[in-house]
Design a protein around this ligand. Structure first.
Ligand code: GLY
Length: 362
């Protein structure tokens, strides 16, 4: 049994790993101090593998990840926390042309349903009146990001096996079978395993055995103070979406590869208002009350990096979740906790770090 684990990164994935690992009796130190520009607080919280699709093993992982969220909710409640809003009432994806409708009808799976225009507008009266119809992806849903992060924060602070260390980590060194983690103040922390869950900053940890191809993709979202929806709705392209949050409506999201710049682009808000109002016309006249930006940690194949480094098995990767960090957080945490307790996870083979060939120092 592993006794000491250092988790690098305190976003949704780092906090979820800490909680799941601690629930299995593992002592954990969670390093990080909510870096500005991080993806987690900027996320929409869409649990939408039916819309944001992947190829092959990525799709199976995302489908399983959606089902892991109620288990994470249960774990925060075990810590005496009231929990967070997790809705699993399905999501809609609208078709604005006959071609969209053909494509979306072919994408329905299992319990999903096709709604004609009138039925879609009965379900969500604020939808575009000219829509052709909508796919209703019945098993998809939404994690409410502000309440989920607050709840995970409280639960990780409360758990007796989790220590929080607010000074970020700078460096990692192998020390026999163990690791030494050095923080930005120069203090060393000896651990049996390190878990790298630092989102877009994962490749910047000094001493990694290899270069990680994780790069930032900036996303801006905006909110209006008008409640227009009961369930999340995607546009036909699967990138623009609108969702209910805290008595208002959130519009997402832009996608720009501009490095580590986490300030919104000059046209981001007008882009969001335009794309959002193609789904919900009332958004054209609704003043934006809030906006925010985060950096998605993208990999070349859009799949996460999970599991041990072959050259340094004490180091486990849990990063590079690309556009699906919130969706995949709870299952990532279970996978990492399984690996830490010696349970094999053959299903994560496709996400191994050595699928990328780039190496540091070679
Ligand atoms: N998964 C939502 C986004 O990346 O904007």
């Amino acid at each position: 049994m592993v006794s000491r684990v250092g988790i690098v990164g305190d976003g949704v994935i780092g906090m979820a790993i800490a909680l799941v690992a601690a629930s299995r009796g593992i002592s954990v130190t969670l390093f990080g101090d909510h870096t500005p520009g991080a993806a987690s607080p900027a996320s929409a919280g869409m649990l939408a593998p039916s819309v944001e699709r992947s190829d092959g093993p990525g799709q199976a992982f995302s489908d399983a990840a959606r089902a892991a969220w109620p288990r994470l909710l249960e774990l925060v409640r075990v810590q005496g926390d009231p929990g967070f809003r997790l809705t699993q009432q399905g999501i809609l994806q609208v078709a604005l042309t006959e071609a969209d409708a053909d494509r979306l009808q072919r994408s329905l799976r299992g319990p999903d349903r096709w709604l004609g225009a009138a039925e879609a507008r009965r379900a969500e009266p604020a939808l575009q009146p000219n829509l052709v119809g909508a796919a209703h992806f019945m098993d998809d849903g939404l994690a409410d990001v502000p309440s989920a992060l607050a709840s995970l924060e409280r639960a990780t602070l409360r758990h007796p096996l989790i220590a929080r260390h607010r000074t970020p980590l700078r460096r990692l060194d192998a020390c026999g079978a163990q690791l030494t983690l050095t923080d930005a103040a120069g203090a060393d922390h000896e651990v049996d395993h390190g878990v790298l869950a630092a989102g877009v900053w994962s490749p910047t940890l000094e001493g990694l055995p290899r270069a990680l191809p994780v790069t930032p993709l900036r996303g801006t979202l905006a909110a209006v103070g008008v409640p227009l929806l009961s369930v999340p709705v995607y546009g036909p392209d699967g990138h623009c979406y609108v969702l209910p949050r805290e008595g208002g409506t959130v519009i997402g999201a832009t996608a720009d590869a501009v490095g580590f710049d986490a300030t919104p682009g000059p046209s981001d808000l007008s882009t969001l208002q335009r794309t959002g109002s193609s789904i919900l016309p009332a958004l054209a006249a609704a003043p934006i009350t809030q906006h925010w930006t985060g950096l998605r940690p993208m990999t070349p194949d859009r799949l996460p990096i999970l599991g041990p480094d072959p050259a340094l098995p004490a180091l486990l990767y849990a990063c590079g979740h690309s556009r699906n960090g919130f969706l995949q957080a709870a299952l990532t945490a279970e996978v990492i906790a399984d690996l830490l307790t010696g349970t094999d996870r053959a299903d994560i083979g496709p996400f191994a770090v050595d699928r990328f060939i780039e190496r540091l120092n070679t």
